[in-house]
Design a binder for this molecule. Structure first.
Ligand code: NAD
Ligand code: UFG
Length: 339
């Protein structure tokens, strides 16, 4: 299949491009490079040995020129701004970028008769989860930041779109906490400035770029008091998109009328939670490095425990995460030291 990847030069998009190509698909990438660089495209080519069509364009602008050279079977929509803290100080920037680009993308896909889309959502839409592990039936909650609300609203937009026109095939993927990097060390996560997320903070402390890790709270109701999350290797996450695409393809091929397209939501996680201290200890053990830390107060907006029930994806997509925490720590460090 020929797949349009928006935000395909970013962290998750680049790993997904590699896995799609490995699975025999061809990819075309649109990215405005606001949080990535053209080197990523070169490195996807190095890993896969395949030429990639890349367009440096902003999804909020007219990008229909891309369709003059390609007919797409489906689109995977990764593009968006994602820094939680920044979204609190710059909410309009987040609403503008994430919502306008999605609305413009849907219109453009529709104009070119491509009604198959996979959307990058987040566990953040569950807010403070009503149940642990979190199933897809768990009600969406109240988000604590504008970034989270953009995911929440885009899910609603896609759901309303499907009601109005059921010929769309839509898969919403709710990611838990992606970490790690491709084993080549050629692509990975490159947060700008001081990282917000745990794993890139740990790797930068380990490399000496940052002095010590600040652990946000050790008074949660967890075995060691620190927050628990469902960390998933980014390569496993990327393979989840290949599996979702298969389901999308099957649905669109079996579509007999204009009203039986697919609308499905899947959690992409491992189903296993690890605490901040377990992350630090495993990272130190696997890589033979020290990660100095201090315990501080809780971070505003954080919850204590968040991990998925990924069984729906296993049942319906025949996908499950394969990598464990040790590989996540090894590959995160391999990327950091090669940067
Ligand atoms: P990323 O920032 O590495 O990648 C996003 C890409 O989109 C970047 O390359 C950026 O340049 C591009 N982009 C942003 N706005 C654009 C626009 N208007 N036009 C064209 N390109 C644009 O982020 P990521 O970690 O790869 O995340 C991919 C998607 O997954 C995002 O939608 C993010 O919100 C979602 N997500 C990420 C996480 C996570 O922890 N990384 C968790 C849950 C959901
Ligand atoms: N943490 C620290 N110190 C840090 C960074 C994080 O102790 O410097 C702790 C947090 O308090 C939390 C855990 O490490 O307990 C994970 O925090 P992250 O910031 O890495 O991840 P979050 O779970 O807060 O959020 C991430 C993304 C969101 C996404 C969510 C999905 O940032 O965009 O995962 O579950 F919605």
């Amino acid at each position: 299949m020929k797949i349009l990847l928006t935000g395909g030069a970013g962290y998750i998009g680049s790993h997904t491009a590699v896995e799609l190509i490995k699975a025999g698909h061809s990819v075309v990438i649109i990215d405005n490079l606001i949080n990535s660089s053209e080197d990523v495209i070169k490195n996807i080519k190095r890993i896969t040995g395949t030429e990639i069509s890349f367009y440096k364009l902003d999804l909020r602008d007219d990008f229909s020129c891309v369709f003059s050279g390609h007919v797409f079977d489906a689109c995977i929509h990764f593009a968006g701004l994602k820094a939680v803290g920044e979204s609190v100080s710059l909410p309009l920037r987040y609403y503008n970028n994430n919502l306008i680009s999605t609305l413009n993308l849907i219109k453009t896909l529709e104009n070119h008769n491509c009604k198959n889309i996979i959307f990058s959502s987040s566990a953040t839409v569950y807010g403070t989860p009503a149940e642990i592990p979190i199933t897809e039936q768990c009600p969406k909650g109240t988000c604590t930041n504008p970034y989270g609300w953009t995911k929440w609203v885009i899910e609603q937009i896609l759901t309303d779109l499907h009601v109005s026109d059921p010929s769309w095939n839509i898969v919403i993927l709710r990611y838990f906490n992606p970490v790690g990097a491709h084993q080549s060390g050629l692509i990975g996560e490159s947060p700008k400035g001081i990282p917000n997320n745990l794993m890139p903070y740990i790797t930068q402390v380990a490399s000496g770029r940052l002095e010590k890790l600040h652990i946000f709270g050790n008074d949660y109701e967890t075995p060691d008091g620190t927050g628990i999350r469902d960390y998933i290797h980014v390569v496993d996450l990327a393979k989840g998109h290949v599996a979702a695409l298969k389901a999308l393809k099957k649905s669109s091929e079996n579509q007999t009328s204009d009203d039986n397209g697919l609308l499905s939501v899947y959690n992409l996680g491992t189903g296993r939670g690890y605490s901040v201290l377990e992350m630090v200890n495993t990272f130190e053990k696997v890589n033979g490095l020290k990660v100095p830390y201090v315990i501080e107060g809780r971070r505003a907006g954080d919850i204590g425990i968040c991990y998925s029930d990924p069984s729906k994806a296993r049942r319906e997509l025949n996908w499950k995460a394969e990598y464990g925490l040790e590989e996540m720590c090894r590959d995160s460090w391999n990327w950091e030291k090669n940067k």
